[in-house]
Design a binder for this molecule. Structure first.
Ligand code: NAP
Length: 478
């Protein structure tokens, strides 16, 4: 494809493709080639996108549930038919190895399918008003109603599925949307909007604008016509958005420095390969990526030997090659940061067991040991292909170390001792605890979200639908 004119993508506003006075390049993260361009939305474009969503709301929110179901269901079939082409697009714009890009497509289709199913299930309850003397003789019920215009702001690392986790539930609930994808990965979101148009979604219901978060995102979250902000990204940006949003519903899906414990009774044949994937899939750029591995002293030598061997067998290369395991990181500065963190840890006494090398945006999968809790690689979110192995004596100590984090998204415990598993469930303050798996386990209908700096609210289709709706109480005095 080298040497071809970059493809000119367009913003998607009120069902129309729009250009702009300014365009930005979208590069293939592995080759560095500009393979597409996309317009930067100015203030007027953002304003028109919000206005379109606001105008579409009273009509779309009254579309019967079976019709909302039908549009979502049809979209899943269209995604299915274009799965490979869309996986190529993700592999190029996100630098995500194809095997993970196709996995993201499979999951996104499932997220939209769950959303289609959920569209038919949204309901309320009756309320026994006569439990109060004042309610005698009255009938009460509450309904779940769509919240209004949703501003959805998404990160680069799952440029389709994390968008799907907002768009699917919002469409199921009857909300209209303005979406701002990450500036590094805007194309798949625009393709998604076109697919929904083909599936019969009326104009104005889903609008996609592109541009710097601090400008475009900022306008979206502070606009009074927006009723709900659904954000996935880093904690500092999440906090800034909450301050700007004022009295709006917010969902915040933020970062983590996930830990997993390996007890002596763990099945190492299962744990080692799974932990390697958990640490290095998408170059560690996964919010529940395994960053801190706590391994019991009785098995640490064997576990580490096998883990390092499996890490060294990972294939580094072009994400478009179907057997590549490790591709580039999203931006040069991120790869440089990861390299600097590794060097700093080694200077502070960490042992480099493998990796530690950077070639452009590609950081080789890195395993460290003899780390301490105050090193950046341990106490901050790495979001890079690096993992640290810590040896522990007692299970209680390991649980305490996993929990000793400003984040609380997910954690993993490999043990067959149910008492120990439940002890960890009780003591670790996180949104999810995975037993006999690492922190990275997720399917798209389970509740998903974090405590502490990891966020506010939950996604996972049925839970996101709740977040996209509000409750309306009705009382009837016959
Ligand atoms: P990011 O820098 O926070 O950006 C996320 C989105 O926010 C992008 O669309 C960005 O736009 C936009 N943005 C930036 N500044 C903004 C502002 N002031 N107002 C409104 N929007 C703004 O995050 P990232 O680097 O793309 O993604 C990595 C982070 O996301 C990590 O911390 C990771 O853990 C977290 N994450 C969490 C989950 C989860 O479900 N909990 C899932 C995936 C990722 P630009 O692209 O234009 O800067």
């Amino acid at each position: 494809m080298a040497g071809h004119e970059p493809l000119a993508y367009r913003l998607f506003i009120d069902g129309k493709r729009e250009g702009g006075s300014q365009v930005m390049p979208v590069i293939d993260k592995y080759t560095g080639e500009t393979f597409a361009t996309v317009p930067v939305a100015d203030g007027d474009a953002v304003d028109r996108a919000i206005a379109a969503a606001k105008t579409a709301f009273p009509i779309y929110s009254r579309l019967p549930a079976h019709k909302r179901h039908e549009i979502l269901q049809k979209a899943t079939l269209l995604f299915e038919a274009r799965k490979e082409e869309l996986a190529d697009l993700i592999a190029r714009e996100a630098g995500k190895p194809w095997k993970y890009a196709i996995g993201e497509l499979t999951r996104s289709i499932e997220t939209f399918r769950f959303s289609a199913e959920e569209a038919k299930r949204i309901h309320g309850e009756t309320v026994p008003l006569d439990a109060s003397v004042a309610g005698e003789g009255r009938i009460g019920f509450w309904m779940r109603v769509p919240v209004g215009v949703v501003a959805a702001i998404t990160p680069f690392n799952f440029p389709l599925n994390l968008v799907a986790h907002k768009i699917g539930p919002a469409l199921a609930a009857g909300c209209t949307i303005v979406l701002k994808p990450a500036s590094t990965t805007p194309l798949i979101a625009i393709r998604m909007a076109e697919i929904f148009e083909e599936a019969g979604l009326p104009p104005g219901v889903l609008n996609v604008v592109v541009g710097p978060g601090a400008v475009v995102g900022d306008r979206m979250v502070s606009d009074p016509r927006v009723s709900k902000v659904s954000f996935t990204g880093s904690p500092p940006v999440g906090e800034a958005i909450i301050r700007k949003a004022g009295l709006k519903k917010v969902t915040m899906e933020l970062g983590n420095n996930s830990g997993t414990i390996i007890e002596p009774d763990a099945d190492l044949d299962a744990a080692v390969p799974r932990c390697v994937v958990a640490a290095f899939a998408n170059s560690g750029q996964v919010c529940i990526s395994l960053q801190r591995l706590y391994v019991h002293k009785d098995v640490v030598a064997e576990f580490t030997r096998r883990f390092v061997e499996a890490t060294q067998a990972l294939k580094i290369g072009n994400p478009l090659d179907h057997d590549t395991d490790i591709g580039p990181m999203i931006e040069d500065r991120e790869a440089v940061r990861a390299e600097a963190w590794i060097e700093e840890a080694v200077a502070q006494g960490a042992t480099l067991l493998c990796g530690g090398k950077r070639e452009g945006r590609v950081v080789h999968p890195t395993v460290l040991s003899t780390v301490h809790a105050s090193m950046k690689v341990m106490c901050e979110e790495a979001f890079a292909p690096l993992v640290s192995i810590v040896t522990y004596d007692t299970f209680e100590e390991a649980v305490r170390m996993v929990d000793d984090s400003p984040y609380g998204l997910q954690a993993g415990i490999y043990t067959n001792d149910i008492k120990k598993a439940l002890y960890a469930v009780d003591r670790i303050d996180a949104g999810g605890i995975m037993i006999n798996d690492s922190s990275i386990f997720r399917v798209d209908h389970m509740p998903y979200g974090g405590n502490k700096l990891s966020g506010l609210g939950r996604e996972g289709v049925p839970f996101a639908v709740e977040e996209m709706t509000t409750i309306k109480m009705v009382m009837i005095k016959p």
